[in-house]
Design a protein around this ligand. Structure first.
Ligand code: TRP
Length: 427
């Protein structure tokens, strides 16, 4: 079974609130439990440097957000959980992508344009206060995603443009060097609740209306009792539609409990009693997580260890070999396998390997590479047209890694094929 790869980054800044939990953390943890999904969740600490210059804050936030995800039930053995800055291949890939990305593409990024528009409106220099970090943000994000060839990227609406850019950047690279990258798609889940905050508007740090996920019990109670309601008296029927209190209850209660609460609203539950019920519900769900969070925060070495071993395993399995292939693709290669040098060294008497193109009964077009004595070395995947098969052959002859289009034949060593290809390329 091929698993779908789902990846998302979490920028370590600020304190997670109930809205983050219901909208992002909880659904991500659920997805990570599916057998048909390979999920990647990482702390985008390189991104955090764009937003803050305060080192203590970056460190503290990284610790807190990592502890939050673990406390919320993310199991590192079910999902790749890591810290971006533990994967040095990511900034390396960023550079490779930078070199195939038009500056104009980044000029059009919403976040950058907004900064420029604001400067211009205020009569200042267009780029005043804009760091290259802000400008390059979409490239770093593209590298995060393309490094693991993620298929789906769950993000908020504000990130859709970044996903479009990642696709464009991947396509540019593929066009120049061969099919290395999957084109990722944004997954914006309309069904996922955006929770209302204390004042009934969307819960968001920028409205200052949030309920921190791990507020202490007394603080949580105080905040719940501060949720804005209408002025209906006890006994008067209450509307569930548009009630922040009801929506918050619904986001944390089982469907049957929600129906009971709906009935109590109709029957005119007193606001004080509804708040008490909401607090009890939240506390029941959150208290065990909060206890785990407290334990985790008290043991930062354990979290460090979880993140570090996640990154180490991920590098070994994907990042390091993939970047090695990409380096090869762009020409950052060993000098002792120079095609020209090879040709002189190779015995003239031995017959060269040859590419052969043909059509199979399935109607698709294929190529293979056969050694001088007719042994199969490479076997391609199927192409819709002879032209595409021919282009792949051309790209391989020009130096692209064959792995984008073809597999090694049985019992053939990669190094042997590399030697044959070098000889062919040398002409
Ligand atoms: N830019 C994202 C945000 O601010 C965080 C992020 C960084 C991300 N790299 C990513 C999200 C890669 C998805 C994929 O929310």
């Amino acid at each position: 079974m091929t698993q779908q790869r789902i990846l998302t980054g979490i920028t370590p800044s600020g304190t997670p609130h109930l809205g983050n939990y219901a909208g992002a953390i909880r659904p991500a943890v659920e997805v990570s439990q599916r057998a048909d999904v390979e999920s990647f969740y990482f702390l985008s600490d390189y991104h955090a440097l764009i937003k803050t210059g305060d080192p203590e804050r970056v460190q503290r936030s990284t610790l807190e957000i990592a502890a939050t995800w673990l406390a919320a039930g993310l199991r590192p053995e079910r999902a790749w959980f890591y810290r971006q800055s533990d994967i040095p291949e990511i900034p390396e890939l960023t550079w490779l992508l930078t070199c195939v990305t038009g500056k104009g593409l980044l000029n059009r990024a919403h976040a950058y344009k907004a900064a420029v528009d604001k400067n211009v409106a205020e009569g200042g220099e267009p780029d005043a206060g804009v760091t290259m970090g802000l400008f390059m943000y979409p490239l770093l994000m593209a590298a995060d995603i393309l490094m693991f060839n993620a298929h789906k990227v769950p993000v908020g609406r504000d990130q859709i443009q970044h996903l479009e850019m990642a696709r464009d950047i991947a396509a540019s690279f593929n066009h120049r060097y061969g099919e290395y990258f999957v084109l990722p798609e944004a997954a914006v889940d309309e069904a996922v609740a955006t929770l209302p905050g204390l004042d009934g508007r969307k819960m968001s740090k920028s409205y200052d209306n949030t309920i921190p996920l791990f507020a202490r019990s007394a603080e949580l109670k105080k905040l719940v009792f501060a949720i804005v309601t209408d002025s209906k008296a006890p006994g008067e029927p209450k509307e569930t539609d548009g009630s922040a209190l009801f929506q918050l209850f619904q986001a944390f209660a089982a469907p049957a409990e929600t129906e009971t609460m709906r009935a109590r609203f109709r029957e005119g539950i007193a606001w004080g009693d509804a708040k008490e019920a909401l607090f009890d519900k939240l506390e029941a769900v959150i208290a065990p997580m909060r206890a785990r969070y407290d334990e985790l925060i008290a043991e930062p070495a354990r979290i460090e260890q979880v993140l570090k071993s996640g990154a180490d395993a991920l590098r070994a399995k994907y990042a390091t070999p993939f970047v090695a292939r990409l380096r090869e693709a762009v020409g950052l290669r060993r000098l002792d396998r120079l095609p020209a040098a090879r040709a002189e060294a190779s015995p003239k008497t031995r017959a060269r390997a040859q590419f052969k193109q043909y059509r199979e009964a399935d109607g698709l077009f294929y190529f293979k590479l056969a050694s001088g004595d007719g042994r199969p070395l490479l076997q391609s995947r199927g192409f819709a047209s002879p032209r595409e098969a021919g282009q792949a052959v051309g790209a391989i002859r020009d130096g692209a890694d064959f792995a984008a289009w073809a597999d090694l034949a049985e019992n053939v060593a990669r190094a042997d094929v590399a030697r044959e290809l070098d000889a062919l390329r040398a002409g």
